[in-house]
Design a protein around this ligand. Structure first.
Ligand code: 2AL
Length: 242
C-alpha cells in the first residue's frame, strides 16, 4: 500500500520530522511519502492559518489521487480540511488530533493535551468534543512555544515534561496527547520521564490509516462524505473545481 502524510504547513524541515515519525511505524508492505503543502502558512497556529492551509491540503490530496495513494494522514493537530479531504480522496484520511484522541481513549480513562500556543487551545477543545467521549479530555495545556521554534528551542523537552507532569496531577488524567506535529519526535522521551502513555498523533494516525487500508475500509460515500457536487470555482481557487 502507498500512504501519504501531508504536512499542512509549508515548512520542509517539519515535514522531515513528521516523515521520520510515520516511517518508524509502517509495515514491510507499506510505502510512504511525506509531502509539504505547496501553498499557505509556514505554520498553523490560528484560525486564519488553519483556513488558509486547507487549499494546500486539498491540492496535496488531488495530486495523491493521481499518484494512486491508498490513504492519507493529515499531520497538523488542528486537522485542517479533514472532512473536505475525505470527500476528495478515494482512500481513508485520518487527522493526527483525531488519531491521538481516539488512541488515548483506548488506553486510559482521561487524557490531557500538551500543545504549542495558548490560542490553539480552543480548537483542541473543539476537536476533543468531536472525537472523545464527554469528559475524556480533562485539559489542554500550552507550552507557549511557537511551532517553528520547537526544533530550535533546547528547553522544549523539559517544558513539555513539566507541563505534562502538572497536567496529569491537575487534570486527574492518565494519558498525555502531544498537541502538535512538531512535537512528534518527543513522545518516547516524554513517556520515559512520566511513565504514562504519551501519544504522538503522527504515528497513531499512520497506524490507523494503514489498518483501514489493510481492512479494505474507506470513507463511506452514502451521504455526508459523498463526492462534492461539481461546480465552477472562481478567482484564485478556479483550479479547485472538480
Ligand atoms: C500545529 C501543527 O501540528 N502543525 C502546525 O503548523 N501547527 N498545531 C499546533 N497546535 O500548533
Amino acid at each position: 500500500m502507498h500512504l501519504r502524510v501531508v504536512n499542512p504547513n509549508t515548512t520542509e524541515s517539519m515535514t522531515a520530522l513528521i516523515e521520520e515519525s510515520a516511517r518508524a511505524v509502517i509495515g514491510p508492505g507499506t510505502t510512504l511519502d511525506a509531502v509539504t503543502s505547496a501553498m499557505g502558512p509556514a505554520s498553523i497556529e490560528s484560525h486564519y492559518d488553519e483556513a488558509l492551509a486547507v487549499p494546500g491540503v486539498l491540492a496535496a490530496v488531488a495530486e495523491g489521487e493521481s499518484a494512486g495513494v491508498d490513504g492519507y494522514v493529515l499531520a497538523c493537530f488542528g486537522d485542517p480540511g479533514l472532512d473536505a479531504a475525505r470527500e476528495a480522496a478515494a482512500g481513508p484520511v485520518v487527522g493526527i488530533a483525531e488519531a491521538a484522541m481516539h488512541a488515548a481513549t483506548l488506553i486510559g480513562r482521561a487524557f490531557s493535551v500538551v500543545t504549542t500556543l495558548s490560542r490553539t487551545r480552543g480548537r483542541a477543545h473543539d476537536l476533543a468534543a468531536r472525537y472523545a467521549p464527554a469528559g475524556a479530555c480533562r485539559g489542554v495545556h500550552a507550552c507557549d512555544i511557537p511551532v517553528l521554534a520547537l526544533d530550535s528551542d533546547p528547553a522544549v523537552l523539559q517544558r513539555v515534561v513539566a507541563l505534562a507532569r502538572a497536567a496529569l496531577d491537575r487534570d486527574g488524567s492518565d494519558v498525555i496527547v502531544l498537541g502538535c506535529a512538531g512535537l512528534a519526535g518527543l513522545a518516547a522521551a516524554v513517556q520515559a520521564e512520566l511513565e504514562v502513555p504519551v501519544i504522538d498523533g503522527v504515528a497513531a494516525a499512520t497506524m490507523f490509516v494503514q489498518s483501514l487500508v489493510t481492512l479494505r475500509l474507506s470513507t463511506s460515500r452514502r451521504s455526508e462524505y459523498a463526492r462534492p457536487p461539481v461546480k465552477p470555482y472562481a478567482g484564485m481557487l478556479a483550479a479547485f473545481a472538480r
